[in-house]
Write a protein that binds this ligand. Structure first.
Ligand code: NDP
Length: 265
């Protein structure tokens, strides 16, 4: 068999695929949007407030020949999510790839933790993933295909001590289980649902902690991983392109870990 006949190189090709990325204006979501576009996908970027940054990114994608547009929507708001899906449907009539990346962290001791912060964390990190998956999932069921990738976390698998992130950790553990449930329910519709569970990744979200607690970062974040460092957003891109592509055609319900070995010990 010749190399050409096996066609392995094109398994990762996403040319013309329609992708929705929530929280695609910055950090991990932005890198994932860029990676999908670099592999040929058209990308809709969903953001709550950083519309200007998302518009600038969509301009870059369009200049490179992709179809790209921005949707301002709060993933935790059912009406916003319905409108978001209608915009995608009106523009493309389908959606091949959904990246549920939007997420927040609101730290605090459990004994003092405001119930409002608990609810807000669950609303964005868990309800938001359910709502967006449901709205886009209906389109995927109609077309009988699709790949959904939920951005979970190693915090959904272990307690990232000494941080006090109970709400965040529980939301990400829930996201991992939701991934498995949707993978099971929607396999018969040709939809694959997987999660990515990153370790500590350098973004604006983690930069804030880094500024405030450099000692904690040095002693716990980097040292926790067997690779002895934190990761970059670019180090997640390959996994997401893989999970989105035909190369992962037999992979569903997987919690794909990219954490430099943080959860090994
Ligand atoms: P950032 O805070 O840098 O970016 C978060 C993105 O999500 C922004 O684009 C933000 O848009 C968007 N967003 C937040 N809330 C909403 C909402 N309600 N509706 C729509 N969009 C929203 O985070 P990171 O890039 O660091 O993290 C991205 C994902 O990766 C999160 O789910 C996080 O939990 C997860 N993760 C991060 C790790 C890390 O070390 N950085 C490790 C493991 C997982 P806007 O500003 O417009 O609100």
């Amino acid at each position: 068999m010749t190399l050409e006949k096996r066609d392995y190189a094109r398994m990762f090709d996403l040319t013309g695929r329609k992708a929705v990325v929530t929280g695609g204006s910055r950090g991990i979501g932005r890198a994932l949007a860029e990676a999908l576009a670099a592999h040929g996908a058209d990308v809709a970027i969903v953001v709550r407030s950083t519309v200007d940054r998302a518009e600038a990114l969509a301009d870059e994608f369009r200049a490179a020949g992709r179809d790209s547009f921005v949707i301002k929507a709060d993933v935790a708001d059912p009406a916003d999510v319905t409108r978001m899906a209608e915009e995608v449907d009106a523009r493309w009539g389908l959606c091949d790839i959904l990246i549920n990346n939007a997420g927040i962290v609101l730290p605090g001791n459990a004994e003092d933790y405001p119930f409002q912060s608990w609810r807000e964390t669950m609303s964005v990190n868990l309800d938001g993933v359910f709502l967006v998956s449901q709205a886009i999932g209906r389109m995927m069921i109609r077309q009988k295909s699709g790949s959904i990738i939920n951005i979970g976390s190693m915090s959904g698998r272990i307690v990232n001590w000494p941080f006090r992130h109970a709400a965040y950790n529980v939301s990400k553990a829930g996201l991992h289980m939701l991934t498995k449930c949707l993978a099971t329910e929607w396999a018969e519709h040709g939809i694959r649902v997987n999660a990515l569970a990153p370790g500590y990744i350098r973004t604006e979200l983690t930069d804030e902690v880094l500024r405030e607690h450099p000692d904690v970062v040095a002693n716990h974040w980097a040292k926790g991983a067997v690779m002895d460092r934190i990761g970059s957003v670019d180090e997640l891109a390959g996994s997401v392109v893989y999970l989105a592509s035909d190369a992962a055609s037999f992979t569903t319900g997987e919690i794909h870990t990219v954490d430099g070995g943080l959860t090994l010990r």
